[in-house]
Design a protein around this ligand. Structure first.
Ligand code: ADP
Ligand code: ZN
Length: 636
């Protein structure tokens, strides 16, 4: 898309220059000719050196004997026609108006082309231009109908509070008249706030499905366009469309793309976005709640939204959609496993317990991957082992066995990852290590994954410090093993994670006594939804930097100390990883004690290739590595 825009830009620029050229390089015929004085012309005529003459108002074009073309300007009172006829020179005249018109058309042509190409590209950018040739001001709201599958509240699990809060909207949409007769006050809009993949879209669709009304969906980023005014007109169009189809639901995903605090953001105001946002506000104020259009918007960053959006009469209803807890996860797994035959050994509660931090989308993905695993070996049902493998894939990304590492890289990765694992196991507040691997997965060369035993609701300072140490252990390991000169860029990802955590500790969580209990993150961002940004003194800035650095340095030192102390176990584990490539939590413990890891469950034997479990379309979820320092791939 960005590419198409670039091309469009250059084409337009080129044509513009062309048009300008044409405009200035003479409106008349642009034949090459030498201009001469009028008396010279008369002279030539008298000398019979002229073969043909064209009269074009005061302009006289003629051809000399030698075939060259000349032009001259005829004085107003000069009478030449008779003279020429007398001389027997062929004379033709050109209508001045006509040539003027022709040249006008000619000079207009590039502009016409320009506009045509512009429209073409605008349509292209719209994805096929289904809306006809001039559709670029049209909203891109998509209408999802029953054909796309009706979604009901039964399909949404684990977020019962959110469902309860939205039940009212369903009642209203089912029977608007009855509702308003009773004097019920209908919210015009609801804002769903929560991390990605928690089911916000699903919930909005379910409301439409329950109420049996049309569901329009559009993303906030669709409004943000290169051309000023397009976003605003899209908003207008979207509301028009919605009103025509009322009662209905309009779902705006990622509303923060348009709804950011005005006057803030990158490099001071952004006119286009502000116009779009203003238009949205105007439209929301403009329709009556009883018209039956309900706007549902989703965001995971309520803090950056313009407060005007949250005022009564706009998105006055706010519903939090959190990541599911263990019970919620079990229910969501249940919903998605409805169409998947499960083996007798599958216990969804155990899977739910082993997947803290997973969103609804992750869980949907998990079930789907498990079904795929079973299908691959032609089994008719999904086993617990399939779920285990699927979990690894969802958490760590797909294995990339095709990625070839040199023995050196492999060894370094093994020591690096073993470092994470050993330090993680040595520190009591770190989440239990769940798996360590040196098989490249996703974007990492290797990784250590740890999973909390329960849902983590908050972080304590000691936990943060220990987690920092575990994160820095990869680099400490590399330095301890190979010396400071040989350290790779492998720890880049670790350093990024550590910095993020340390900064949060200092800037937001008040965990540094020197900096104190002040939320400097807001100052840092320059603004927040409610409070204006404030500036931070140079002294405090220095202090913040110092403290962030100190937390990370202390964590690194701690990791180094632990690895020095547990050198033998660490080396045993690294060698074990080199040999077995992937080790589970228990196997890691055993290898560190110097025992063989005891090979895990054998691969499932392929059974009959008969009815494999049905596999639904793979939901789009990015694999997420749980934050414990994967090694970044080295640049190739
Ligand atoms: P969001 O809009 O919050 O990013 P989505 O609604 O797009 O998340 O969720 C993506 C997919 O994840 C859904 O289509 C559904 O399959 C699954 N999912 C997410 N949350 C839930 C849930 N609470 N119950 C059942 N499925 C869910
Ligand atoms: Zn690492």
């Amino acid at each position: 898309m960005g590419n198409a825009r670039n091309i469009a830009f250059w084409v337009v620029l080129f044509l513009l220059i062309l048009a300008l050229f044409n405009l200035f390089s003479g409106t008349g015929g642009t034949m090459q000719s030498t201009s001469v004085s009028y008396s010279e012309f008369v002279q030539k005529v008298e000398n019979e050196e002229v073969s043909r003459v064209t009269l074009d108002g005061e302009r006289v074009r003629f051809r000399g004997e030698d075939g060259t073309d000349y032009t001259t300007i005829k004085p107003e009172d000069a009478e030449i026609t008779q003279l020429l006829i007398d001389q027997g020179i062929p004379v033709s005249a050109e209508s001045q108006e006509q040539s003027g018109f022709q040249s006008f058309i000619l000079s207009l042509l590039p502009f016409v082309l320009l506009v045509a190409i512009w429209i073409y590209f605008m349509n292209r950018m719209q994805g096929g231009g289904r809306g006809g040739a001039m559709g670029f001001g049209k909203s891109r709201a998509k209408l999802l109908t029953e054909k796309h599958g009706r979604v009901t509240f039964d399909d949404v699990a684990g977020i019962d509070e959110a469902k309860d809060e939205l039940q009212e909207i369903v009642e209203f949409l089912r029977n608007p008249q009855k509702f308003s007769r009773l004097g019920g006050k209908i919210p015009k809009g609801a804002l769903l706030v929560g991390p990605p993949g928690t089911g916000k879209t699903l919930l909005a669709r379910a409301i439409a499905g329950e109420a049996g009304v049309p569901f329009f969906t559009i993303s906030g980023s669709d409004f943000v366009e290169m051309f000023v005014g397009v976003g605003a007109s899209r908003v207008r169009d979207m509301f028009e469309q919605a009103k025509k189809n009322a009662p209905c639901i309009v779902f705006i995903d990622e509303i923060d793309a348009v709804g950011r605090h005005r006057g803030a953001g990158y490099g001071g105001g952004n006119d286009e976005r502000e116009q779009t946002l203003n238009q949205l506000l105007v439209e929301m104020d403009g329709f009556e709640a009883n018209e039956g259009v309900i706007i549902i918007a989703a965001t995971n960053r309520k803090d950056v939204l313009d407060p005007a959006l949250l005022r009564p009469g706009r998105f006055d209803r706010q519903v939090t959609v959190p990541n599911p807890d263990i019970k919620g996860r079990e229910k969501i797994l249940g919903v998605h496993a409805r169409k998947t035959p499960l083996g007798p050994d599958v216990d969804l509660r155990i899977i739910a317990r082993g997947t803290p931090g997973f969103s609804g989308a992750d869980l949907a993905n998990l079930v789907n991957e498990a079904a795929l695993m079973a299908a691959r070996v032609g089994r008719r049902f999904v086993t617990m082992e399939d779920f285990e493998q699927a979990k690894d894939k969802v958490m760590m990304g797909a294995e990339r066995r095709s990625m070839v590492l040199t023995p050196d890289q492999k060894e370094k990765t093994a020591y690096h990852e073993a470092g994470h694992a050993v330090v993680g196991l040595a520190l009591p507040k770190c989440d239990p290590v769940y798996k360590a691997t040196i098989i490249p997965r996703g974007g990492a060369l290797g990784m250590v994954v740890s999973l909390p035993e329960m849902d983590r609701l908050n972080w304590h300072k000691s936990e943060c410090e220990q987690k920092l140490a575990m994160t820095m252990a990869g680099k400490a390991a590399e330095i301890l093993k190979y010396g400071p000169e040989e350290v790779s860029n492998g720890p880049a990802g670790d350093i990024q994670q550590a910095s993020q955590l340390a900064r949060a500790m200092v800037l937001r969580w008040g965990m540094s006594d020197k900096v104190g209990n002040i939320d400097y993150a807001e100052a840092h961002e320059g603004y927040s939804g409610q409070t204006p940004g404030f500036s931070v003194s140079a002294h405090t800035k220095e202090l913040i930097e110092e403290e962030v650095k100190r937390f990370i340095q202390e964590a690194y030192d701690k990791a180094f100390e632990i690895l020095t102390e547990k050198k033998e176990e660490w080396e045993r584990l690294a060698e074990g990883l080199l040999e077995y490539e992937t080790l589970t939590g228990e196997e890691i413990q055993r290898v560190m004690r110097g025992e063989p890891p005891q090979s895990g469950a054998d691969e499932d034997e392929p059974e009959d290739k008969g009815n494999a479990p049905s596999v639904t379309a793979i939901p789009k979820t990015k694999p997420k590595a749980k934050p414990t320092g994967g090694m970044e791939p080295e640049p190739t």
